[in-house]
Design a protein around this ligand. Structure first.
Ligand SMILES: O=C(O)c1ccc(O)c(O)c1
Ligand SMILES: [Mg+2]
Length: 620
């Protein structure tokens, strides 16, 4: 499989782009005309550079507004094509992408369009070039690949084929179900891009919001599986127009692009079963994944304060580390580590980010598989210091450089060998069943990196993105979950400086924990016990409860009970329910805690209550 990417997908000058693309591992590159126009050297220099970097130039593009153009423009258009073909010879590229004509002045006449395309194909054939004709979703007369195919079929030249671009096809709601009558050799090029579903003008959507496969919501797996099933074995080329990518470090973007192709190959293969194609594969995902413990990087004062908070939340002191200033706390299925060891990873993390979550331990039935996947997807893995007789726990580096420890399902040795463990105490406070989710705040530009990491290495799946109104701006929230739902991570970003998410990012100087949600089997018991221990919960306005009663038709006694306990409520269309409360922010940091109870298979995060929470946090 030749993996390729269009230069338009990443930031930088053309030589910088080529270097980043090659370093990421690609074998091919589409040269975008503008990148070449602004390059001060000769096309032959680009040819040489690409060759030196081991990159094939898979495509030159775009050539525009040709078929059916007003007659007086024809001679000029053909001359334009001749010159581009000559330039492509200098570049060492034999494939040119032609976009369907977008001009309102272009002719709707099929025969005329076909005649023009036949002229172009004839010229291309003389020059030993193949033209790949792409239906732009906003083309004047050709918007869909089937329309492009009708014309390509009519021209019937070996020098004219189709360019299939997943964005244009999927954005219009088409699929590749109708490939049967298109001969394989007529698929001249394949471009891949994902995108979030946005209800907006398709040009703006395409030019600003495309993303790499797996980062958006289009059905890219079915799309590429259909092409593999058809027998397509040509290049897979990423073509992403994205405002954020244009401004992000090119090496990181190129790496994520590379990973997205690996991810897509693996996913497509899973759909197809064994298939004769040279596709990426990695270790199979574990069946079960859950969060085993959270580790906070703190100084001595913060450790005392956080320990006090944990005590109020029903945690008991479970033990101290044998050789380090690290303490372990436990409540039911939840373990929290407070690390104040000098000269450690945690200390360096604390220095950079303040009191914060510096690592998460992931428990699974196959930790080695996750480590292998991280390596295969070209993510760094962590080699840390361990003390005498301590467990060496392998760890992944998350995109914000925090760690994800990988533990097997027999975890008790880790605690007993490394800690002076005390007998488990009775819980005095809310009884916690486990960690339901971790909400992270991150800079807007980091979301796509996180999504790629969580989807590829941990095999997580993404829910539909939500927009939450904070009193001081909007917050986008995208939740990912492991396929077993043992790990859930809502990721929040905001472009508005005043929102809680933005201020969290500012405080941490980067991504970090916004809140931890603990699962309880009985929210009213948990809340009563927490309040008795002095936990300060976020107070929710009476207006909220008034609206709740009206919205869901709840009975008065139930609403009164919710209000009395400050419990927020949500219900999904299938009748699943969420009951949840939030604490005030932890004074020494900027995170807070949530207690929740899910009932009847509720799988979301109470986005409808996001505004109530965010407003309550600003009432002082
Ligand atoms: O937005 C465009 O004009 C444009 C150009 C070339 C492409 O391949 C494409 O998919 C879109
Ligand atoms: Mg395209």
């Amino acid at each position: 499989m030749l993996r390729s990417i269009a230069t338009v997908s990443i930031a930088g000058t053309l030589p910088e782009k080529l270097a980043a693309i090659a370093a990421a591992g690609f074998d091919g590159v589409e040269i975008f005309e503008n990148d070449l126009l602004y390059f001060p050297g000769k096309p032959a220099e680009i040819r040489q550079r690409a060759q030196d970097l081991g990159l094939a130039i898979t495509l030159y593009q775009p050539f525009r507004d040709f078929e059916g153009a007003p007659r007086q423009l024809m001679a000029g258009n053909l001359e334009r094509a001749r010159r581009k073909f000559a330039l492509m010879h200098e570049l060492g590229c034999d494939r040119m992408l032609l976009c369907s004509n977008v001009s309102p002045d272009s002719s709707a006449q099929f025969e005329l369009q076909v005649a023009d395309l036949a002229l172009l194909a004839e010229l291309a054939q003389q020059q030993e070039i193949v033209v790949a004709y792409e239906a732009l979703a906003w083309g004047q007369h050709v918007k869909r690949y089937r329309q492009a195919w009708e014309r390509v079929r009519a021209v019937n030249s070996p020098a004219l084929g189709l360019a299939l671009d997943s964005f244009h096809i999927l954005a219009l709601g088409d699929s590749l179900d109708q490939l049967d009558d298109i001969p394989l050799e007529k698929i001249a090029f394949l471009q891949l891009a994902d995108a979030p579903w946005l209800n907006m003008d398709v040009i703006e959507w395409s030019r600003h919001f495309r993303c790499f496969p797996g980062q958006g919501a289009l059905p890219l797996v079915d799309f590429s599986a259909a092409l593999l099933r058809k027998g397509y074995r040509g290049p897979w080329s990423l073509e992403v127009f994205n405002d954020g990518f244009r401004a992000a470090p090119s090496t990181l973007t190129a790496q994520d692009g590379w990973r997205s192709l690996l991810w897509l190959e693996e996913q497509a293969q899973a759909v197809l079963g064994q298939i004769e194609a040279d596709l990426f594969s990695s270790a199979s995902l574990p069946q079960r994944q859950a969060i085993e413990f959270l580790e906070f990087a703190v100084n001595a004062a913060e450790a005392d304060e956080l320990a006090r908070w944990l005590g109020q939340l029903g945690f008991s002191h479970y033990g101290d580390h044998r050789s380090k200033r690290v303490a372990l706390y436990q409540n039911g299925g939840v373990k929290v580590v407070l690390n104040q060891q000098p000269d450690s990873f945690a200390a360096a993390y604390r220095e950079q980010h303040g009191a914060s979550l510096c690592s998460v331990a992931c428990r699974s039935d196959h930790p080695q598989a996750l480590l292998q996947r991280a390596r295969d997807f070209a993510y760094p893995v962590y080699q840390g210091q361990v003390g005498p007789n301590e467990h060496e726990i392998p760890a992944l580096c998350a995109p914000d450089d925090s760690l994800i420890y990988l533990l097997g399902e027999q975890t008790s040795d880790v605690y007993h060998d490394d800690f002076h463990v005390q007998p488990a105490a009775d819980v005095l406070g809310p009884q916690l069943g486990g960690i339901d989710h971790l909400a992270l705040a991150m800079p807007a530009g980091a979301l796509d990196n996180w999504v790629m990491f969580l989807r590829s290495v941990l095999g997580m799946q993404a829910d539909v993105e939500q927009v939450l109104p904070d009193p001081y701006g909007l917050v986008r929230s995208k939740a990912l979950h492991s396929h077993c739902y043992g790990i859930r991570l809502p990721l929040n970003v905001s472009q508005s400086a005043g929102t809680l998410s933005a201020r969290t990012v500012e405080t941490y100087h980067g991504s970090g924990l916004q809140h931890v949600a603990f699962a309880t089997a009985d929210i009213f018991q948990a809340v009563a016990a927490a309040r008795q221990n002095g936990v300060a919960l976020l107070a929710i306005s009476d207006n909220y409860y008034e609206d709740l009663a009206a919205r869901f038709g709840l009975d008065n006694a139930f609403v009164a009970r919710l209000a009395q306990h400050h419990v927020l409520y949500d219900r999904d269309p299938a009748g699943g329910e969420l009951l949840h409360v939030y604490t005030q922010p932890f004074a020494g940091g900027c995170f807070f805690f949530e207690l929740l109870e899910r009932r009847g298979g509720y799988n979301q995060y109470g986005a409808a209550n996001g505004a109530a929470r965010l407003a309550a946090m600003r009432q002082g």
